[in-house]
Design a protein around this ligand. Structure first.
Ligand SMILES: Nc1ncnc2c1ncn2[C@@H]1O[C@H](COP(=O)(O)OP(=O)(O)O)[C@@H](O)[C@H]1O
Ligand SMILES: [Mg+2]
Length: 350
């Protein structure tokens, strides 16, 4: 379990101050995968480096499995750090060592005896599917295989927590998918708690239980992924389901309906149309599988203004759907304006 409270990190260089992490609260329950999504410079790497004290925070608390890391030093801190593995975008392998030699390295540093070490290396290589490449050198294997070495090495000390800094950002989509699958599998088999940071929406979609969007050192939204997707105005939801711009027409109501899990199976559009004898216009929509659940977002246009549609909107909400009213526009501005705002919000996350 990872608990972070009011974490703050300020860099001071040549008279300039940068608040890289500006009061972040975060809890990752044991065995969960938490993703922090944000564009470059948001403070993601700094946040992660504060969790294993590669950076010393200026304020706040970092508690891993009940232990307050900032209160530890010397041997106690080293031991606590062994319980935290880390993987990186650029793998950080030693080119002069074989795959097995790279995985053995942290075990040597920990002073694990030779016989035990080679047994553990074999076990780790098996875990990440690299047994056949034990004697290869980093230059002889693919990017995906290099990251598997990185993962095996990170798990050498049997950590309960794994930190991942853009671990798939240097990989092609197919390899990314296989590495994410491996992380998910290890998370389940070993009960690993994973905190990962990424600028890729797809990573969150594929494996995260919970997520946060980070901007300028702060979390702008945070929670279970399926809950964020159903939250009106969620940036994460908008990024995962980029829908066409809304062009409001006089005397109509445009709504965005988000449905998670069971609600997906109900034919709610036709139920609504039948019950109220409406012509429902479908403007756009997408359905995805996220965290093993089907999640969808649908843009609908109903005749009449929102006031006239009060019963219809209540019907949808009572059916377990999240409903966000997109019209009427706040003022008689050009129709393109809300579009520009949502488009830039999407870019921010990517
Ligand atoms: N060692 C450092 N010294 C000074 N500023 C830094 C240092 N590391 C990061 N920063 C600054 O802190 C901010 C957050 O950086 P970082 O945590 O790397 O963001 P991200 O990982 O989201 O791209 C940026 O403005 C960056 O320039
Ligand atoms: Mg970074």
């Amino acid at each position: 379990m990872i608990q972070i409270e009011k974490l703050r990190k300020i860099y001071r260089a040549r008279g300039r101050e940068v608040t890289a992490v500006d009061g972040v609260d975060l809890t990752v329950p044991e065995g969960e995968i938490f993703g922090v999504l944000g564009r470059s410079g948001a403070g993601k790497s700094t946040l992660l480096r504060c969790v294993n004290l590669l950076e010393r925070p200026d304020a706040g608390r970092v508690v891993i499995d009940g232990r307050d890391l900032l209160a530890l030093d010397g041997a106690a801190l080293r031991r606590a750090r062994q319980g935290i593995g880390m993987i990186h975008q650029h793998f950080g392998l030693l080119g002069s060592r074989t795959v097995a030699g790279n995985v053995a390295f942290p075990l040597e540093v920990m002073g694990v005896p030779r016989a035990e070490r080679s047994a553990r290396v074999a076990e780790l290589l098996d875990l990440v599917g690299l047994t056949e490449h034990a004697r290869a050198y980093p230059a002889q294997i693919s990017g995906g295989q290099k990251q598997r070495v990185g993962i095996a090495r990170a798990l050498a000390g049997r950590p309960k927590v794994l930190l991942s800094d853009e671990a798939t950002s240097a990989l092609d989509p197919e390899t990314t998918a296989s590495i994410l699958e491996l992380l998910r599998d290890l998370n389940r088999r070993l009960g690993l708690t994973v905190l990962l940071i990424t600028h890729e929406m797809d990573v969150v979609k594929r494996i995260c239980d919970s997520a946060a969007v980070m901007r300028e050192g702060r979390f702008t939204e945070s929670g279970p992924v399926t809950e964020l997707l159903a939250r009106p105005g969620s940036e994460l939801a908008r990024g995962l389901f980029p829908l066409p711009p809304v062009v409001p027409r006089d005397g109509s109501t445009v709504i965005e309906v988000t449905f998670v899990g069971g609600a997906t199976d109900q034919p709610f559009v036709s139920a609504l149309a039948r019950k109220y004898s409406l012509d429902v216009n479908i403007l756009g929509g997408a359905v995805e599988t996220i965290g093993g659940q089907r999640v969808g977002r649908l843009q609908l246009e109903l005749p009449g203004d929102p006031l006239a549609n009060a019963a219809q909107l209540a019907f949808l909400r009572d059916s377990g759907l999240a409903v966000e009213i997109k019209t009427p526009a706040p003022a008689p501005t050009p129709a393109s304006e809300p579009t520009a705002a949502s488009a830039s919000a999407e870019e921010d996350v990517r």
